[in-house]
Design a protein. Structure first.
Length: 217
Protein backbone atom coordinates (compact mmCIF):
# COMPACT_ATOMS: atom_id res chain seq x y z
CA UNK A 1 0.00 0.00 0.00
CA UNK A 2 1.51 3.34 -1.05
CA UNK A 3 2.17 6.27 1.27
CA UNK A 4 -0.50 8.43 -0.38
CA UNK A 5 -3.20 5.98 0.65
CA UNK A 6 -1.78 5.74 4.15
CA UNK A 7 -1.74 9.55 4.33
CA UNK A 8 -5.43 9.66 3.37
CA UNK A 9 -6.52 8.03 6.63
CA UNK A 10 -4.42 10.42 8.70
CA UNK A 11 -6.73 13.19 7.45
CA UNK A 12 -9.82 10.99 7.21
CA UNK A 13 -9.56 8.20 9.81
CA UNK A 14 -13.18 7.24 9.12
CA UNK A 15 -11.99 5.89 5.75
CA UNK A 16 -9.73 3.24 7.28
CA UNK A 17 -12.32 0.62 6.35
CA UNK A 18 -11.86 1.55 2.67
CA UNK A 19 -8.07 1.23 2.49
CA UNK A 20 -7.83 -2.22 0.96
CA UNK A 21 -10.41 -1.39 -1.72
CA UNK A 22 -8.73 1.92 -2.58
CA UNK A 23 -5.40 0.12 -2.93
CA UNK A 24 -7.01 -2.51 -5.15
CA UNK A 25 -8.57 0.20 -7.33
CA UNK A 26 -5.18 1.89 -7.79
CA UNK A 27 -3.56 -1.39 -8.80
CA UNK A 28 -6.38 -2.20 -11.23
CA UNK A 29 -6.02 1.20 -12.91
CA UNK A 30 -2.23 0.97 -13.02
CA UNK A 31 -2.51 -2.38 -14.79
CA UNK A 32 -4.99 -0.99 -17.31
CA UNK A 33 -2.92 2.09 -18.11
CA UNK A 34 0.25 0.02 -18.37
CA UNK A 35 -1.44 -1.99 -21.14
CA UNK A 36 -2.54 1.13 -23.01
CA UNK A 37 -6.10 1.13 -21.70
CA UNK A 38 -8.34 4.03 -20.77
CA UNK A 39 -10.82 5.00 -18.08
CA UNK A 40 -14.54 5.66 -18.54
CA UNK A 41 -16.49 7.35 -15.73
CA UNK A 42 -20.20 7.85 -15.06
CA UNK A 43 -22.51 9.14 -12.33
CA UNK A 44 -25.48 11.43 -11.70
CA UNK A 45 -25.91 14.87 -10.12
CA UNK A 46 -23.02 15.64 -7.79
CA UNK A 47 -21.40 12.39 -8.89
CA UNK A 48 -21.56 13.62 -12.49
CA UNK A 49 -19.52 16.63 -11.37
CA UNK A 50 -17.08 14.20 -9.76
CA UNK A 51 -16.69 12.43 -13.12
CA UNK A 52 -15.57 15.70 -14.72
CA UNK A 53 -13.28 16.39 -11.76
CA UNK A 54 -11.52 13.03 -12.11
CA UNK A 55 -10.93 13.59 -15.83
CA UNK A 56 -9.40 16.97 -15.03
CA UNK A 57 -6.88 15.41 -12.64
CA UNK A 58 -5.86 12.59 -15.01
CA UNK A 59 -5.68 14.31 -18.40
CA UNK A 60 -3.16 16.96 -17.31
CA UNK A 61 -0.68 17.60 -14.52
CA UNK A 62 -2.33 17.33 -11.12
CA UNK A 63 0.21 17.73 -8.33
CA UNK A 64 3.39 17.63 -10.41
CA UNK A 65 4.54 18.77 -13.87
CA UNK A 66 4.22 16.31 -16.73
CA UNK A 67 6.71 17.46 -19.36
CA UNK A 68 6.73 15.49 -22.58
CA UNK A 69 9.56 13.00 -23.09
CA UNK A 70 12.41 14.27 -25.24
CA UNK A 71 11.56 12.02 -28.17
CA UNK A 72 7.99 13.32 -28.31
CA UNK A 73 9.18 16.92 -28.06
CA UNK A 74 11.54 16.28 -30.98
CA UNK A 75 8.69 14.86 -33.08
CA UNK A 76 6.70 18.07 -32.62
CA UNK A 77 9.69 20.32 -33.33
CA UNK A 78 10.59 18.33 -36.44
CA UNK A 79 7.02 18.57 -37.71
CA UNK A 80 6.40 22.27 -37.07
CA UNK A 81 9.74 23.98 -36.39
CA UNK A 82 9.19 27.03 -34.14
CA UNK A 83 5.52 26.26 -33.51
CA UNK A 84 6.51 22.71 -32.63
CA UNK A 85 8.47 24.12 -29.72
CA UNK A 86 5.37 25.94 -28.50
CA UNK A 87 3.35 22.72 -28.74
CA UNK A 88 6.03 20.79 -26.88
CA UNK A 89 6.14 23.36 -24.08
CA UNK A 90 2.38 23.46 -23.59
CA UNK A 91 1.36 19.82 -23.90
CA UNK A 92 1.37 17.68 -20.76
CA UNK A 93 1.45 13.96 -20.17
CA UNK A 94 -2.05 12.47 -19.98
CA UNK A 95 -3.73 9.37 -18.60
CA UNK A 96 -6.71 8.88 -20.95
CA UNK A 97 -10.05 9.30 -19.22
CA UNK A 98 -13.52 10.03 -20.63
CA UNK A 99 -16.45 11.38 -18.64
CA UNK A 100 -19.64 9.78 -19.96
CA UNK A 101 -21.78 12.58 -18.50
CA UNK A 102 -20.49 15.23 -20.93
CA UNK A 103 -22.18 14.29 -24.20
CA UNK A 104 -25.51 16.06 -23.87
CA UNK A 105 -26.71 15.62 -27.46
CA UNK A 106 -26.07 11.88 -27.40
CA UNK A 107 -27.50 11.44 -23.91
CA UNK A 108 -30.70 13.36 -24.57
CA UNK A 109 -31.20 11.66 -27.93
CA UNK A 110 -30.71 8.23 -26.38
CA UNK A 111 -33.01 8.98 -23.47
CA UNK A 112 -35.68 10.25 -25.86
CA UNK A 113 -35.32 7.67 -28.64
CA UNK A 114 -34.32 4.52 -26.76
CA UNK A 115 -34.19 4.31 -22.94
CA UNK A 116 -32.95 6.80 -20.35
CA UNK A 117 -31.30 4.14 -18.20
CA UNK A 118 -29.08 3.13 -21.15
CA UNK A 119 -27.35 6.48 -21.77
CA UNK A 120 -24.10 5.40 -20.11
CA UNK A 121 -24.31 1.78 -21.23
CA UNK A 122 -24.38 2.84 -24.88
CA UNK A 123 -21.20 4.84 -24.42
CA UNK A 124 -19.48 1.95 -22.65
CA UNK A 125 -20.41 -0.21 -25.62
CA UNK A 126 -19.14 2.39 -28.08
CA UNK A 127 -15.93 3.46 -26.33
CA UNK A 128 -14.96 0.46 -24.24
CA UNK A 129 -12.41 -2.19 -25.09
CA UNK A 130 -11.43 -5.29 -23.09
CA UNK A 131 -9.01 -4.23 -20.37
CA UNK A 132 -10.34 -0.68 -20.09
CA UNK A 133 -11.81 0.40 -16.75
CA UNK A 134 -15.24 1.81 -15.91
CA UNK A 135 -15.74 3.80 -12.70
CA UNK A 136 -19.35 4.23 -11.64
CA UNK A 137 -20.24 6.66 -8.86
CA UNK A 138 -23.57 6.18 -7.07
CA UNK A 139 -24.14 7.15 -3.45
CA UNK A 140 -26.94 4.58 -3.15
CA UNK A 141 -25.27 1.98 -5.33
CA UNK A 142 -28.61 1.60 -7.10
CA UNK A 143 -28.55 4.20 -9.89
CA UNK A 144 -30.11 2.36 -12.82
CA UNK A 145 -28.08 4.03 -15.55
CA UNK A 146 -24.83 3.29 -13.70
CA UNK A 147 -25.91 -0.33 -13.14
CA UNK A 148 -26.66 -0.76 -16.87
CA UNK A 149 -23.24 0.64 -17.71
CA UNK A 150 -21.60 -1.79 -15.29
CA UNK A 151 -23.48 -4.73 -16.80
CA UNK A 152 -22.32 -3.88 -20.32
CA UNK A 153 -18.76 -3.31 -19.08
CA UNK A 154 -18.59 -6.72 -17.40
CA UNK A 155 -20.09 -8.47 -20.41
CA UNK A 156 -17.51 -7.01 -22.78
CA UNK A 157 -14.37 -7.48 -20.69
CA UNK A 158 -13.87 -4.12 -18.99
CA UNK A 159 -12.78 -3.96 -15.37
CA UNK A 160 -15.09 -2.09 -13.02
CA UNK A 161 -14.82 0.09 -9.91
CA UNK A 162 -17.80 1.45 -7.95
CA UNK A 163 -17.86 4.37 -5.50
CA UNK A 164 -20.86 4.04 -3.18
CA UNK A 165 -22.13 4.58 0.33
CA UNK A 166 -22.08 2.06 3.15
CA UNK A 167 -24.43 -0.57 1.71
CA UNK A 168 -22.93 -0.70 -1.78
CA UNK A 169 -26.38 -1.36 -3.23
CA UNK A 170 -26.65 -3.46 -6.37
CA UNK A 171 -23.25 -2.22 -7.57
CA UNK A 172 -21.60 -4.25 -4.82
CA UNK A 173 -22.37 -7.44 -6.71
CA UNK A 174 -21.39 -6.03 -10.11
CA UNK A 175 -18.09 -4.22 -9.66
CA UNK A 176 -14.65 -5.81 -9.43
CA UNK A 177 -13.87 -3.29 -6.67
CA UNK A 178 -16.45 -1.41 -4.59
CA UNK A 179 -15.26 1.48 -2.43
CA UNK A 180 -17.99 1.86 0.21
CA UNK A 181 -17.62 4.91 2.41
CA UNK A 182 -19.16 4.41 5.87
CA UNK A 183 -22.03 6.88 5.52
CA UNK A 184 -25.70 6.78 4.52
CA UNK A 185 -26.52 10.40 3.58
CA UNK A 186 -25.71 11.58 0.05
CA UNK A 187 -23.79 14.69 1.10
CA UNK A 188 -21.65 12.74 3.58
CA UNK A 189 -20.86 10.10 0.98
CA UNK A 190 -19.90 12.61 -1.70
CA UNK A 191 -17.70 14.52 0.74
CA UNK A 192 -15.64 11.36 1.19
CA UNK A 193 -15.61 10.30 -2.45
CA UNK A 194 -13.57 13.41 -3.34
CA UNK A 195 -10.49 12.73 -1.15
CA UNK A 196 -10.58 9.09 -2.24
CA UNK A 197 -10.45 9.83 -5.95
CA UNK A 198 -7.89 12.57 -5.35
CA UNK A 199 -5.70 9.95 -3.68
CA UNK A 200 -6.21 7.53 -6.56
CA UNK A 201 -5.31 10.21 -9.12
CA UNK A 202 -2.22 11.21 -7.15
CA UNK A 203 -1.17 7.56 -6.90
CA UNK A 204 -1.50 7.13 -10.68
CA UNK A 205 0.43 10.32 -11.36
CA UNK A 206 3.21 9.12 -9.08
CA UNK A 207 3.26 5.72 -10.78
CA UNK A 208 3.41 6.95 -14.38
CA UNK A 209 5.21 10.29 -14.21
CA UNK A 210 8.60 10.70 -12.56
CA UNK A 211 10.31 14.11 -12.40
CA UNK A 212 7.70 15.47 -14.76
CA UNK A 213 8.42 12.81 -17.40
CA UNK A 214 6.22 9.95 -18.51
CA UNK A 215 7.78 6.88 -16.94
CA UNK A 216 5.58 3.90 -17.61
CA UNK A 217 2.87 4.40 -20.26
Amino acid sequence: MNKLIERLVVKYPDLTCCLADIDQAVELLKAAYSRGGKLLICGNGGSAADCEHIVGELMKGFNSPRELPKEQRNVLISAFAEEGGYLAEHLQGALPAISLVSHSALMTAYANDVEADMVFAQQVYGYGQPGDVLIGLSTSGNSRNVIRAMQVARAFGLRTIAFTGHSGGKLLGLADVTIRVPYEQTLDIQERHLPIYHTICLSLEEAFFANGLLSGN
